[in-house]
Unconditional design. Sequence first.
Length: 24
Amino acid sequence: AGADFVCADWQEVSRQLAGLGVPA
């Protein structure tokens, strides 16, 4: 479950970075 949470959280961060125009 922990790994899944981290994976989901990273996807969320990646989306935010993409919105800012920062390459993941």
